[in-house]
Design a protein around this ligand. Structure first.
Ligand code: AHR
Length: 644
């Protein structure tokens, strides 16, 4: 009964009536009546989060701050009739003579069993020989900054002498920072160095050079270079990108995928145990997005990322399906995968007395992480075998038995068990989001909750244009209004390296190259919506507005704040007579945050990174009854201070 009444109320929310003013250049004023007397329902505090995976060089060459590409020589290219390690070049200065080759079966660990063999026939101080790495579309260097370098190396004998590590500017040909490893031993050993730049222009036109000045043979592996990182974490994340993510105020992080969780083949799935511990013990793996993953962003790094941004982890566990239509049959065959997931949860949440909690402590994080949500698989509607129902049930039963408080998410409808949440995905045009803002109004409130785990308006590349931001914002008003049932949502994909070849999926929230990054209009829309969210939803009734006006109203009674979000996706301004019933002014006026563009195609780029950005002004007139005009192509948040 409650449900039927509730749905009836929702259908009138924000319903915009087509006016006869469509042919006019400015619209007639519409009325917007907001009822603050009685909230409709609570807002989910988990509503806005992040979805992430290794795609578009999101971690390697992106968030994960490592500057050396192909540091363990897993990527190789076929050149000059032989296999060469990708992104590495042989250097023979002056009269030096040398060769390089990936040597199988000689490496610093069982996980990294191959290495690069540098054979130097002739070299001296004036004619050094070595190898250089081009980084991820360059190596970004800044003035007066310390870079942490490390590598594993060994030599056939001491005659090869010291190994010099330099950061060389491509345009000047000079080293801008240098360090030396005095002598290499005959056994594998890790060497660490610090490289400090002096005064210089910030630039990505640099490479890393490892060189020797005497003949001999050297093997090297896991060559790494880190700039300063967010919160100064070793093996940490890029500062500018973390700051952009922090500004989105995300409540959770869904990881590790996406398709990246599943892999193309079962053997290429995300195997969490191979992503923990010292980097030298991580074998790395091929990712479904056509490049090799270094796995430097491993399970613990995902969790520390959550810790740094105060997000709850939403852990997706591999559930026996990989994208080349490979599945594991439910029953005994699936048991090892279920066990793998249980152990993964123990790694995240177990205390140090547990086997995997103890392992996490050994990896440097004794304190368990909070965990409330576990997703079983990803997009299992693609599994044509129909095995998901059975696979879900097997994971569900085992996880609930050991961890009854965990909320378990299904990736598609299942009959065998009632999931706590279902993950819905939407990749659409703006128009289709405009048309479907009432998508969840009729959803059965007694069924599973909804997690919109991937969604985006796909207009604009590499990052969304303003029309996409309008589609996104309209869709978010619908999710907010239904946030009793849509309890979590995350845009996807989150990150893209905009260099040529960096993107595998067009339309991504945040773009970057080696040096700098920018937020798309959709990024700013997300940040605005997430930063201005009350704890209850209120009824808002629009009459007489154009068809592309959308709104949602949330508020926090305790703080006396009301957040009115208006999305005008039309080329015409929309005047509004706004009434807030059941409130009295708190005498503090209000705040208006406005994001707008001259045309739907307008966008941000690396070089015009804030062409479209939120602008904040004061609303002096805003009381319980006032007029406001939503400009053409605009997304606005009106934050009002009221007593109610
Ligand atoms: O977000 C890109 C991809 O879209 C995800 O990896 C997958 O889950 C979806 O199909």
């Amino acid at each position: 009964m409650f449900h039927a009444r509730f749905v009836g109320t929702l259908t009138v929310l924000c319903f915009s009536f087509l006016t006869s003013a469509l042919s006019q250049s400015a619209r007639q004023a519409a009325s917007l009546d907001i009822n603050l007397q009685k909230p409709i329902h609570k807002v989910s505090p988990m509503l806005y989060g992040l979805m992430t995976e290794e795609i578009n060089y999101s971690y390697d060459g992106g968030l994960y701050a490592e500057l050396v590409q192909n540091r363990a020589f897993h990527d190789q290219t076929y050149t000059n009739e032989k296999r060469d390690p990708a992104h590495w070049t042989l250097v023979q200065k002056g009269d030096a003579r040398a060769s390089m080759a990936v040597q199988k079966g000689t490496g610093p660990s069982a996980a990294l069993a191959d290495s690069l063999k540098l054979s130097v026939e002739k070299a001296d101080a004036a004619s050094p020989a070595g190898v250089e790495n081009e980084g991820y579309w360059g190596i970004p260097l800044r003035a007066n900054t310390t870079y942490r370098g490390s590598l594993y190396a060994k030599a056939d004998n001491g005659s090869v002498g010291p190994l010099t590590i330099s950061l060389v500017n491509d345009n000047l040909g000079n080293a801008v920072a240098k360090a030396t490893v005095p002598a290499l031993s005959a056994d594998w050993k890790q060497y660490t160095v610090e490289l400090k730049t002096g005064d210089m222009e910030t630039s990505a036109d640099n490479h890393l050079l490892l060189s020797v000045q005497h003949p001999g043979t050297v093997w090297i592996d896991l060559i790494s270079l880190f700039p300063p990182t967010y919160h100064d974490r070793t093996n940490g994340n890029r500062i500018d990108l973390m700051e952009k993510l922090a500004a989105m105020k995300p409540a959770f992080l869904r990881f590790p995928g996406g398709n990246y969780l599943e892999g193309d083949h079962i053997r290429e799935r995300y195997e969490w145990k191979k992503t923990i511990g010292p980097l030298v013990n991580r074998p790395t793996h091929p990712s479904p997005w056509h490049y090799h993953s270094s796995d430097g962003m491993g399970l613990l790094e995902f969790l520390e990322w959550c810790e740094d941004l105060r997000m709850q982890p939403l852990l997706a566990v591999y559930a026996g399906y990989s994208m080349a239509q490979e599945h594991v049959t439910p029953g005994p065959d699936l048991d090892p995968y279920v066990q793998e997931a249980l152990e993964e949860i123990e790694y995240v949440t177990g205390d140090t007395a547990t086997k995997w909690g103890g392992e996490r402590a050994k990896n440097g994080h004794p304190a368990p992480f909070p965990l409330a949500y576990v997703e079983i698989g990803n997009e299992d509607w693609f599994d044509k075998s129909g095995s998901y129902d059975g696979r879900y049930a097997q994971f569900y039963d085992a996880i609930k038995k050991k961890y009854p408080n965990l909320q378990l998410i299904a990736t598609t409808a299942v009959k065998s068990r009632k999931p706590d949440l279902i993950d819905d995905h939407f990749y659409r045009s703006a128009e289709s989001f405009f048309d479907d803002v009432h998508h969840y109004d009729q959803t059965d409130r007694s069924g599973p909750k909804i997690f919109v785990g991937e969604w985006a308006t796909r207009e604009g590349t590499p990052t969304p244009n303003f029309n996409a931001a309008l589609g996104d914002a309209a869709w978010m008003t619908g999710m907010e209004r239904n946030s009793d049932v849509v309890v979590m949502a995350s845009y996807a994909p989150l990150l893209v390296n905009v260099n040529p070849g960096g993107m595998q999926w067009a339309t991504d929230l945040i773009g970057y190259d080696a040096i700098t990054s920018y937020g798309s209009p959709s990024y700013y829309a997300q940040a605005m919506f997430s930063s201005s969210l009350g704890d209850e939803v209120f009824d808002a009734n629009i009459k007489g507005a154009g068809p592309r006006l959308f709104c949602s109203v949330t508020g926090s009674k305790a703080n006396g704040s009301v957040f009115l979000k208006l999305v005008n996706a039309s080329s015409m301004a929309q005047p509004l007579d706004i009434k807030l019933n059941g409130a009295t002014p708190a005498g503090k006026g209000g705040k208006l945050i406005s994001l707008s563009a001259h045309s739907p195609e307008e966008t941000n780029t690396l070089s015009a990174s804030t062409r479209i950005k939120p602008v904040e002004t004061t609303l002096t007139e805003a009381g319980t009854s006032f007029q406001h005009t939503a400009p053409p192509y605009s997304i606005q948040v009106l934050e009002l201070s009221l007593k109610y």
